[in-house]
Design a protein around this ligand. Structure first.
Ligand SMILES: N[C@@H](CCC(=O)N[C@@H](CS)C(=O)NCC(=O)O)C(=O)O
Length: 231
């Protein structure tokens, strides 16, 4: 647990576990914005204990001095509004919307589609051939949409590091791994050729490197628990 407290006593608790790409999206936002926070390891299969904080029992969620907040994009925008000092969204309304548009396409039409493969790709389960073929088709469309929105060179949204990169790194990395495992081919390479260079570039950031290292440790802990979980 990272325990850091602000000078004025406010503190955010990030709840979830470090294997989750949505958790790591927010962790990276907090680190990059230099917002004090503590981490509370919270597993989705323990949802009965936190449904009041995250109504579907999903992680990540945060606890704040005002109450709990769920859904990573809502949390991201709350952090941006409440801690404007180190902005991770562009200031101009249209650019701000374009950056969020990219995140929404990435999550709805790419990550959420690829997620249906995770059970087999990462958690030792089985996914039907029908699902694999459906995902392949929808993922091709989602990645096509992303390629029309961004060149991912050098960043997800234009030239500067933004919140879109915090989401893109951890989502695209899992999408790539899942497609390699399930289809024997990297769909990012096929549909988003700049992704490999982009991921390598973003991975050099100190906070990204630290979050990747924490993810490896969280994965080892998760495996040692021997629980059945499908993502
Ligand atoms: N739209 C949600 C997605 C979060 C999500 O899918 N979390 C996964 C872990 S990566 C989870 O809690 N899965 C358990 C479940 O859906 O029951 C967000 O952005 O926070």
């Amino acid at each position: 647990m990272i325990a850091v407290m602000n000078g004025d006593g406010r503190m955010i608790t990030l709840c979830g576990f470090g294997v989750s790409n949505y958790y790591n999206k927010l962790k990276l936002i907090l680190l990059e914005k230099d917002i004090p926070f503590v981490e509370s390891v919270t597993y989705p299969w323990e949802r009965e204990g936190f449904l009041q904080s995250s109504p579907l029992g999903r992680i990540p969620y945060i606890e704040t001095e005002y109450g709990a907040l769920s859904e990573s994009q809502v949390i991201l925008e709350y952090l941006e509004d409440s801690h404007p000092d180190r902005p991770l969204l562009p200031e101009a309304p249209f650019a701000r919307a374009k950056c969020r548009e990219l995140i929404q396409h990435l999550e709805l039409n790419v990550e959420w589609v690829a997620r249906r493969l995770y059970r087999e790709a990462f958690f030792g389960g089985v996914v039907s051939d029908e699902t694999k073929s459906d995902v392949r088709e929808k993922l091709a469309a989602g990645l096509g949409a992303l390629s029309r929105l961004s060149s991912f060179s050098p960043h997800a949204y234009e030239m500067a590091f933004t919140a879109a990169d915090c989401a893109a790194y951890f989502h695209l990395d899992y999408v790539r791994q899942a497609t390699v495992k399930i289809y024997g081919a990297d769909m990012l390479e096929e549909r988003l050729p700049s992704a490999a260079g982009y991921l390598a570039h973003v991975a050099q950031r100190p906070h990204v490197r630290a979050t990747i290292a924490a993810r490896a440790k969280a994965l080892a802990v998760f495996r040692s628990l021997g629980v059945e979980y499908a993502g």
